[in-house]
Design a protein around this ligand. Structure first.
Ligand code: NAI
Ligand code: MG
Length: 352
């Protein structure tokens, strides 16, 4: 079979890691007898600087015919971050109803956690982030600019449908893993939306008697992630809280260079979009030293979503094998290899 994939490398190291992910995925496709038909889009901050838009006006329409989207990263100094977020990422996530942002983390062989005495099993978890509503909202505004009474107001939107479907997804996922799910809210301080989330969480929990469920304040859960990560498996959280917890989860496992992410439309009515958790890393952009593993693992999530589970496992195993040998490692992993050298080593291992 053949799949049509939209490739959006974006900015900074997004471009470097995307090239390696494509290389590795193509090698897996060849080995397992399918093809990935890539179409490249130059949608980026560079394009914004030239045209005033991150993507063309009919960008969503252009993407709608693809099976999946693989995105590098967008954002670059000189273009405000809200432009790249609201000009590309959020419109794609919302237009294609990619309401699940799935961010699995695992300590991979040959890497060390900042939590030194922890085993890989203790550090394995997945953040299920609500990806379509919540705190990331355009509702609000600013008043009295420059006056003593200046203020800013920002609204959050939590719908019953939106909250219930993400929580249900997390419970279903927990059933396929260790059977534990924890929800992160802050209902003592945020007294309308968060208690609403908690209520729906309790309702859904009643439908899953075999799943161990727990509600936790986000501050306490953040501390637990560092002090008792073995007590955490599936975490479900709102758009903002899930965003924060997934960077923390990545940091306590292998670091940002290792954490993949999927913006998923579970009903498969629209393309899903896969990317690394990390951004465009302007501090190391153009140096050819970015770690491509997060992007390659995002590629394994894409293969799985396409139904190519065997190929996904082979790529994952290749990443593990190369990291375990430790000979080819980028600077963030303590080595001297370039992005392309690590990508090549993984690609060769996929074929072996
Ligand atoms: P970042 O994730 O780009 O970088 C944070 C730190 O981690 C930097 O020191 C960077 O060098 C390091 N790092 C990240 N990925 C790495 C990799 N693959 N290998 C080695 N080191 C790596 O986050 P930052 O600096 O806050 O944001 C930079 C830009 O990226 C901003 O414009 C931001 O808006 C954008 N961004 C875009 C995202 C996306 O496209 N989904 C997600 C997060 C940030
Ligand atoms: Mg983030």
């Amino acid at each position: 079979s053949s799949y049509r994939i939209a490739s959006i490398p974006g900015d900074g190291i997004g471009v470097d890691v995307q090239a390696e992910a494509r290389k590795v995925l193509d090698r897996a496709a060849k080995r397992f007898g399918f093809t990935l038909e890539w179409t490249e889009f130059d949608w980026s901050c560079e394009r914004y600087a030239e045209t005033g838009r991150m993507m063309p006006e009919d960008g969503i329409e252009q993407l709608s015919g693809f099976d999946q989207i693989l995105l590098g990263a967008v954002g670059f100094p000189g273009v405000p971050d809200h432009v790249s977020l609201w000009g590309l990422l959020i419109p794609v996530r919302r237009a294609f109803s990619q309401y699940v942002n799935l961010r699995p983390v695992r300590l991979l062989p040959g890497t060390t956690s900042v939590l030194k005495d922890r085993t890989a099993d203790e550090l394995e978890m997945v953040i299920v982030r609500e990806n379509s509503e919540g705190e990331y909202s355009e509702l609000g505004g600013r008043q009295n600019r420059g006056l003593p009474g200046e203020f800013a107001l920002q609204e959050s939107v939590f719908t019953r449908v939106g909250v219930e479907r993400i929580i249900r997804y997390a419970f279903e996922l927990a059933q396929t893993r260790t059977g534990r799910v924890v929800s992160a809210t802050k209902s003592n301080g945020i007294i309308h939306t968060m208690p609403f989330w908690d209520e729906i969480f309790a309702e859904v929990a009643a439908d899953f008697p075999t799943v161990h469920s727990e509600q936790c304040h986000i501050d306490a859960l953040a501390a637990r992630m560092v002090q008792q990560p073995e007590r955490i498996d599936v975490v479900v959280a709102s758009n903002l809280f899930g965003d924060i917890l997934s960077d923390l989860a990545a940091a306590v496992t292998g670091g940002l260079g290792m954490a993949p992410s999927g913006n998923i439309n579970p009903e498969r009515e629209h393309p899903s979009m896969f990317e690394a958790v990390h951004g465009s890393a302007p501090d190391i952009a153009g140096k050819g030293i970015a770690n491509p593993v997060a992007q390659i693992l995002a590629g394994t999530m894409m293969l799985e979503h396409l139904g190519e589970a065997e190929a996904a496992r082979a790529v994952y195993a290749a990443v593990e094998q190369v990291l375990a040998m430790g000979e080819v490692a980028t600077p963030d992993l303590g080595g001297k290899a370039t992005t392309a050298e690590l990508g090549d080593a993984i690609a060769d291992s996929v074929e072996a």
